[in-house]
Design a protein around this ligand. Structure first.
Ligand SMILES: Cc1cc2nc3c(=O)[nH]c(=O)nc-3n(C[C@H](O)[C@H](O)[C@H](O)COP(=O)(O)OP(=O)(O)OC[C@H]3O[C@@H](n4cnc5c(N)ncnc54)[C@H](O)[C@@H]3O)c2cc1C
Length: 380
């Protein structure tokens, strides 16, 4: 017996008429929907989402519009190639331009205040390595960003931000920030306006290829459609175990507003494992997944004392030394990682496509990843 029996009206208006069903209403799923409708306006596109809101990473992230710090580029270069580093930076940069073009800077509160990579007193080796490679990366990445002097040393600005324990700092003026919630709200309204249906509270439990179409077994009943796009990111191998995606939880806090907060822009340290920014005169701060990879490799939202204690001590010692602050609340989000940091965009089976694993970079890449899978689904 099906969990629910849909009425004739529900079946004909909501359930049975989709040419393509997208599973997951995160940035990738909705960007795919947007591209499908802009390419073929008559196409009937349905998005099914198990959460009340998108419940993965897209409404939980830090809203950094970035393409990587020097340390992150160095780490990637060590396990790939120069051409690959350049390709990924180019992809993220173009992804950010597409996001802004699709949604409009004002709607998503996009601001280009620049980004900073901090090096602590106790990591001189890492600072030297990064500063030593600055000219190399400026020359390389100029080919993607089209600007000279992407990274520069700005140690003199450290004191002005009121930071503690920081000895060196690298600035990137092309990094931006946005309001993650407004980004997703604007995207949702955009796809609604094009006639995409988004249904929430619907968990897909099984996907079966039936030759000419696909049957979905869900918590709300069965759906039939021509093609399926899987955009479930960290949760991808719950439906297709062969997909190499590992979940990684990110824990985040936001403080209460702080009078006279000196931070402006986005800040990263410890090879990008920690990140903070100013939002409405509060500090948003997240990271620490590397303190216990095993514990954070989970599909469960939540917090651990290990990460919470570390973030609080960094707030006291690095971000707001000598200042009074109160944490207002915490949340967490789940990212999709893999040994390879490139997203997986491919056909999984006939009529079934996937676009998953944007790592911690989906704000930058998600619009293009969605677009790519939509193009593939229309072609095959
Ligand atoms: C704490 C944190 C900070 C981050 N900071 C940044 C940042 O500053 N900059 C940046 O570029 N990136 C950042 N990221 C990464 C970025 O948010 C993600 O890469 C991006 O949002 C991934 O989008 P997505 O659509 O692929 O996945 P998601 O947003 O996770 O969407 C997947 C959706 O699928 C749904 N779903 C899963 N299984 C099912 C099912 N069986 N049936 C129905 N629905 C299902 C989920 O509920 C979810 O809504 C951060 C992520 C986190 C968690």
């Amino acid at each position: 017996m099906e969990a629910n029996t849909f009425s004739y009206w529900e079946r004909t208006a909501f359930i049975d008429n989709a040419d393509i069903i997208i599973i997951g209403s995160g940035l990738v799923g909705l960007s795919a929907a947007l591209h499908l409708k802009t390419q073929q306006s008559a196409l009937k596109v349905l998005v099914l989402e198990r959460g009340f809101l998108p419940t993965g990473a897209s409404t939980k992230n830090a809203g950094f519009a970035c393409f990587g710090t020097i340390s992150e580029q160095i780490a990637y270069l060590k396990k790939s190639s120069e051409a690959e580093v350049l390709r990924m930076v180019d992809y993220k940069w173009r992804g950010l331009q597409r996001l802004r073009q699709n949604l409009g800077d004002e709607n998503i509160e996009y601001q280009q205040n620049g980004g900073y990579e901090l090096f602590m007193d106790d990591e001189p080796g890492r600072a030297e390595e990064s500063i030593g490679q600055l000219t190399y990366f400026n020359n390389l990445l100029k080919q993607a960003i089209g600007k000279p002097d992407i990274y520069s040393v700005v140690d003199a600005k450290i004191a002005g931000f009121g930071l503690g324990k920081v000895s060196r700092m690298i600035y990137n003026p092309y990094e931006g920030q946005l309001h993650t919630g407004k980004m997703m709200c604007t995207l949702l309204n955009k796809v609604y306006s094009l006639g995409v249906m988004v249904l929430n509270g619907c968990e897909i439990k099984k996907i079966e290829n039936e030759g000419i179409g696909v049957k979905l077994t869900t918590s709300q009943g069965n759906f039939k459609t021509g093609k399926v796009i899987l955009a479930t990111n960290a949760f991808a191998n719950q439906l297709f175990p062969e997909l190499k995606v590992t979940p990684g939880r990110g824990q985040v806090l936001v403080t209460k507003p702080i009078a006279g907060l000196k931070l402006k822009g986005t800040y990263h340290f410890n090879e990008g494992y920690y990140y903070f920014r100013n939002i409405d005169n509060r500090v948003l701060f997240g990271g620490g997944r590397n303190l216990d990879y095993a514990a954070e490799e989970t599909w469960d939202f939540g917090h651990t004392d290990t990460v919470k204690n570390k973030l609080i001590s960094c707030l006291k010692e690095v971000i707001l030394p000598g200042q009074n602050f109160e944490v207002d609340y915490w949340w967490s989000g789940i990212m999709g990682f893999g040994d390879d940091i490139r997203p997986i965009v491919k056909q999984v089976e006939p009529n079934i496509f996937c676009a998953v694993r944007c790592n911690g970079m989906g704000v930058a890449m998600g619009s293009l990843v969605g677009e790519e899978v939509a193009t593939l689904a229309l072609k095959l």
